[in-house]
Design a protein around this ligand. Structure first.
Ligand SMILES: [Fe+2]
Length: 96
């Protein structure tokens, strides 16, 4: 599937810039996973007449925080006064 160009400014990056950031932040297997997820998301978006750029951004970013340490999530939950019940969960919930 051809790569799409970003025009709607969901984030201040082009797709190649976003992909480079992901490549730097993620382990190789995770990086390849998000690229595959993007292709599936684009196929589903086309079939369902959903915005392709939104699908691409969401798919590429869906695991961006998955490799962050638990302490980062705990700090963000507390600093932003999010529901304290969130502290009962872990990365499987937090990264989303
Ligand atoms: Fe994933």
């Amino acid at each position: 599937m051809a790569e799409i160009k970003y025009h709607k400014h969901y984030l201040p990056l082009s797709r190649p810039e976003l992909v480079e950031r992901l490549k730097a932040a993620l382990k190789p297997a995770r990086f390849e996973h998000v690229l595959r997820v993007e292709q599936t998301a684009l196929t589903l978006a086309k079939a369902n007449h959903v915005d392709l750029e939104a699908a691409s951004v969401a798919a590429l970013c869906h695991d961006y925080a998955k490799q962050r340490p638990d302490e980062d999530f705990v700090r963000v939950i507390k600093a932003n006064h999010l529901a304290p019940e969130l502290l009962n969960y872990g990365n499987a919930i937090w990264h989303g």
